[in-house]
Design a protein around this ligand. Sequence first.
Ligand SMILES: Nc1nc2c(ncn2[C@@H]2O[C@H](COP(=O)(O)OP(=O)(O)OP(=O)(O)O)[C@@H](O)[C@H]2O)c(=O)[nH]1
Ligand SMILES: [Zn+2]
Length: 320
Amino acid sequence: MDLTRRQKWRIEKIQAERIARANRVADDNELTSESDNAQTGLVITRYGQRLLVEAQSGELYQCTGRRNIELSVAGDQVIFQTTDNNEGVVTALLPRDNFLTRSQKLIAANIDELWLVVAIEPHYQFELIDRYLVVAENAGLPINIVVNKIELSDDFDQVKHDFSLYESAGYSVHYLSVKAQTNVAEFKAQLKHKAHIFLGQSGVGKSSLINELIPDLNLRVNEISTKSKLGKHTTTNTTLYHIPSGGDLIDSPGIREFQLDNLTDKEILSGFKEFKPFIGECKFRNCAHINEPKCAIKNAVEDGVIHPKRYHSYLQLIGA
Ligand SMILES: Nc1nc2c(ncn2[C@@H]2O[C@H](COP(=O)(O)OP(=O)(O)OP(=O)(O)O)[C@@H](O)[C@H]2O)c(=O)[nH]1
Ligand SMILES: [Zn+2]
């Protein structure tokens, strides 16, 4: 659906008014009539045109959206009103801090951190890691790296050396073993008060890690399927779960193996965050940083400021 600018402006205006009204109601701290019980809620999951919204009381409401409101997704904050049959109507979408899309489809909103999970087995690959990092940088989302199954490594110093290039590029790297319970408690503590998404290829231990964080995940999934009357389909929907020790997890099978959408060469370039100081410093304004003379990026590689492995990934990703 394409909206004209005028329609968009109108919708934004209506939403702003509803938000202002809900805020006034909250300020007054007294709900005057049954029909004016607007409150803020958190979208737990979306299924078709319906939403499961969690009120601040923790209660779950099955909601429909008012026409003309942009469809929300897990992680969205909304204003909604409850109806007599204990369901709800979403009347406004609060502004998003950020969002994640896949093939131009919105899948989650208001994400604080992405965690790229890699492992000793299947062995991490730099190019794959870089693909995920490029996606995150382009979405403007902070991303960290988790190296799991460290108990399988017979040369941990080498592993740390391998990942030092990401640390110098500005990413935080966490080493853990779900199986041996190494650093798991420390990791849990890092997740408090924020909304997280775990990404990574199959077999690295994402499910194991998530079960560690939310031991009653299955109960939670059942509760959501009952409330949404969705049955088993819930397991494929992107859903927000509360982590008992603090923080939220936004998860779905599709989100986990999130891959690089087709990005332009320019997006790929800006996805390598340590390249940034050198962009625009090359001799030629249209420098592709491949064979050109006096290329600031290549010079930085030669000077040891940009790691050759990262530069190599860049060349691979742009297909040079
Ligand atoms: N040795 C070892 N094995 C682990 C560890 N963590 C998870 N595993 C095992 O690795 C295998 C894959 O783990 P999963 O949690 O299913 O991995 P996943 O990333 O969720 O994989 P998909 O569901 O395919 O996306 C399982 O057999 C786990 O028991 C670990 O720290 N060490
Ligand atoms: Zn250049």
